[in-house]
Unconditional design. Sequence first.
Length: 544
Amino acid sequence: MPSLASIVTDPSVVPYPSIAIDDDGLVTASNELFRAVSGIDPVGQSVDALFDAHDHVPSRPAELVAALGEGRTIRLVGPTGSTRFHARATVGDGGGLLVLVRLMTEGHGKIDLDLLAKAVDAANNSIVVADLSDEEHPLCYVNEGFTQLTGYSREDVIGRNCRFLQFRDGVRDCEGAEQEEALKVLRTTVYGQRLASGVVLRNYKKSGELFYNELYLTPVHDASGRATHIIGVQNDVTDRVLQAQRENELAGRLREVFSASVVPIGIIGLHGETWSQETANDAAGILGLGQDHDILDGLPPSRALPWRSALQFVKDSNAPTRFDTLTDDGRTFEVLVSPIEGPDGQALYVAADVSDVRAAVEDLLYVSNRQLKRIAQDIHDGVGQLLVGASMLAAALVRDLDGHGQEDAASHLQELLTRSLAKLRSFALGLDPSDIDQISMRTALRRLAGEAEDILGAQVYLDGDALDLPFQSEVKMDLYRIAQEAVTNAVRHGGAHDIKLLARRTDTELRFDVEDDGSGFVSDTPASGMGLRSMRARAKRHGG
């Protein structure tokens, strides 16, 4: 039967820190592990002197076995303090054996280091430990997660530097700015004994398959402060990196299209009360926006106003809008501004040169106004004069038939002709309000309200502080036409009886609302009739 001393010193038999004890409780032999954890050579010392007195550890084998039972935690006293171990003892021929089965530590609670090692081995992450005392920094531990991630067994890697993961088919992958920078950080971390977080390397599995390895390195120091080991936690972030690469490639293609586009495109930051241009293509320079903190500072007030109004609308409503803007060379661009989803508060604008279209609209409106004026004049000079003549004849007929029994019919005929003439003149005035330059907007709309009541049978109400503004004649005429078309549409197509015209002004805009009690229509339905198209064209003519 082997002696207790030979059992203790054979690591294949007892792979734990252990000592052999004689019947008097003196240590007769110890293994290297015990000397390493205690920091002393215990041979010749009494067992109770090795452990904290408060733990009441007896020395004699039989008493020691009885005190420890199936296992108990005791504190081993060494040069740097005491360390807790879960210990067991047994009685043998000529003495006994004491084995420190598990190292225990204390914090907020007790930690079983055997359990801790099992937990690390079961972790989903890949975890490795490298020995810094060797200049090659070989791996001295890898967990199960590492073997599953890389395909290498523990026997394949223990004792090797972890750089073998950088090789595929015998060739080391160290090219490219990102890879070079990552390797530089690793070298600085390992040799400088510092932390490293989130370093991403191209690595290769045993099969040669590429994977992207995200590393977190932490040095481990001994009691003197010297780094003895470094712990590496590795994560496979291949899916994340490849997705980012795909997104970057797509963003690159979009940037190329963005830059090459002949259409002005840009992104504006909607921060506070100012608007900053975060990026724009070369074509956007035609719009005259500044590159400083507030892009509208360099624009004339008349050109800055529609920009400011549109951007404020997008910021407040998170909805797109469009408007017309002029350039230094006199061209007209229609600008579409749309919010960009996200927390940064941004808007994308795209502009199109609509100078020819707007010129055509101007020509159309000019021709329309001329035609309306001509029709009004024809009515006044033609049909109107005929009705005047017919009315005069009816008056004479009334006189001639007096006393003949037909004077009532003749009188009714005269009344009908007089009323028809009044309505015709009112209609002609609506076609060509020739004195609109000499009257206020409120007076013009009040006259429109009267005509609507006489001709259409609807009540029109006026309100708003903008009705008395000194509008330019063209603006006044187009506002009048918009109101006229809106009132007519409300009655003829919506069956409205009560209509309200409301004109309000703010610091940035004039708002003209038409409210009625008719059936209405879906506001985002594309305008198919000439009425809505002409209203929209007249509004756009003045930046609306």
